[in-house]
Design a protein around this ligand. Structure first.
Ligand SMILES: *Cc1c(COP(=O)(O)O)cnc(C)c1O
Ligand code: SF4
Length: 441
């Protein structure tokens, strides 16, 4: 299949859009497309979306913008701005709305970018001891965009909202000085949009001398779902497989972190072939996804997804909660329901698939897991713990929040009555002033 992408400017040319969507639906996509990025490709259109099931089809909802993604007052504001016909006013309104949607959740810009010498190490994040994230400049887009994307500011062209690394010289120096780092996670966007030789230029130096402590290369990607031909029939697919082989040959583990939201994304023959090719190199495919209202908010969907993944030799890894950015008000699910969905799903699968941890919030202080509920004498509580913490010592210490069926994020929760803060609040607040990893040049 030859890759063909569509954006907000030309999606009306897609035959299925003309055939199955009403004028009003097309108008809605156009409207929301002013705020959120939109991109889809021919594989998703032809192979993944069941058009008879639109607009309820999960893969349709996964990529096509929906009017409910805008809060009513933003919706009105935007319609008004368009109505004036004033280009500059529209641009101002769009930027204003975007800035209200918390474009950089979890302190990504202010707290995660490490210092190297007296400057920030561009295109990297270092939040947890063992793992450094690398954002190659050429990998800051995707084969299509998820409607709920938490990196959406990267794709709407706002330069000051973008992470990107050009080359690896400084990153390598930084890593050489940071011996506790074992994992480099190459991410984006989607690094698999890069041609194989460019990806190789980022990865090969990580296999070299002085970096023996880097034992795992991770690649975070949605390409298995959005463009599996990357591994099968793209012109440089074989080069890519050779690169994966070379990583193992250098004695490193390649962990391929695949993002799948719904079993429908695993139904084609080509995705299974792609999985087989990747696994044939010795790489391990670990899978992760956020739990999203209207897309995958049923236990059976998750159980089916994990079963399919295990069946293909993949390892279920994380179930996330919709992050506090973008259209979280539309896709978010109360934490109590998220836990119930996880709990009901996990009991449908054998222990082999219970490697998956969740539901987990990637929040400022760390990855916070919802462990379930407790009935205390005078009130009910939600049991939380850290899977990863800005302070590693926070990890795995259970802590309690007052039971709340509406909370969709840690910020909505409160400690039990009698306590005015979390055990980690004070330390975290101090970290917000200065907490970054820093290495002398
Ligand atoms: C999730 C995450 C990691 C990786 O955490 P693991 O639990 O090792 O998978 C690293 N850095 C950031 C910023 C993360 O959010
Ligand atoms: S694959 Fe990831 S980065 Fe790309 S659009 Fe989806 S959520 Fe965003």
């Amino acid at each position: 299949m030859q890759y063909q992408a569509y954006s907000i400017n030309n999606f009306r040319k897609i035959p299925e859009v003309n055939r199955y969507l009403s004028k009003a639906q097309v108008g809605g996509i156009e409207l929301v497309g002013n705020i959120f990025p939109f991109k889809v490709n021919n594989y998703i259109i032809e192979e993944l979306i069941n058009w008879d099931n639109v607009p309820d089809d999960p893969v349709f909802r996964l990529v096509f913008p929906q009017e409910e993604m805008l809060r009513p007052y933003h919706y009105q504001q935007l319609r008004h701005a368009i109505g004036t016909g004033l280009e500059a006013y529209l641009r101002y309104t769009v930027r204003d709305i975007r800035l209200q949607l918390n474009p950089h959740p979890a302190g990504q810009m202010d707290m995660n970018v490490p210092y190297f010498g007296d400057a920030c190490l561009d295109g990297t994040q270092h939040k947890y001891d063992q793992t450094v994230l690398l954002f190659p400049a050429q990998g800051q887009s995707c084969h299509a965009y998820c409607s709920f994307c938490f990196r959406w500011p990267q794709f709407v062209g706002a330069k000051d909202m973008k992470f990107s690394a050009h080359g690896t010289q400084d990153v390598l120096q930084y890593l050489k000085h940071n011996k506790q780092v074992t994992d480099v996670l190459i991410t984006g966007g989607d690094p698999m949009v890069m041609r194989s030789h460019i990806l190789r230029a980022y990865i090969e130096p990580l296999l070299g001398e002085g970096l023996e402590h880097i034992t795992t290369i991770r690649i975070g990607t949605k390409s298995l779902s959005f463009w599996p031909y990357r591994y099968v029939s793209d012109p440089d697919a074989d080069d890519l497989i050779r690169l994966f082989d070379d990583i193992q040959r250098a004695g490193k583990h390649l962990s391929f972190m695949a993002h799948f939201n719904h079993p429908a994304e695993m139904k084609t023959a080509v995705v299974r072939t792609a999985i087989q090719r990747i696994r044939s190199t010795g790489a391990v495919i670990r899978t992760q996804a956020p739990l999203m209202r209207t897309i995958n908010d049923e236990p059976k969907i998750w159980a089916d997804l994990w079963k399919k993944q295990v069946n293909e030799g993949c390892v279920p890894y994380y179930m996330f909660v919709a992050r506090d950015t973008g259209a979280q008000h539309h896709f978010g699910i109360p934490l109590t329901s998220a836990w119930s969905i996880y709990q009901k799903a996990v009991q449908r699968v054998s222990g082999i698939a219970r490697t998956v941890r969740g539901p987990s919030m990637s929040a400022g202080p760390g990855k916070i897991l919802v462990n379930g509920f407790l009935e205390l004498e005078d009130q009910n509580a939600i049991v939380l713990s850290f899977l990863q913490g800005r302070n590693p010592d926070w990890v795995n210490r259970p802590f309690l929040a007052a039971y709340d069926e509406e909370a969709i994020w840690i910020d909505d929760l409160r400690p039990l009555p009698g306590r005015d803060e979390w055990f980690w609040s004070k330390e975290y607040n101090e970290m917000c002033v200065s907490s970054r990893y820093a290495v002398e040049r």
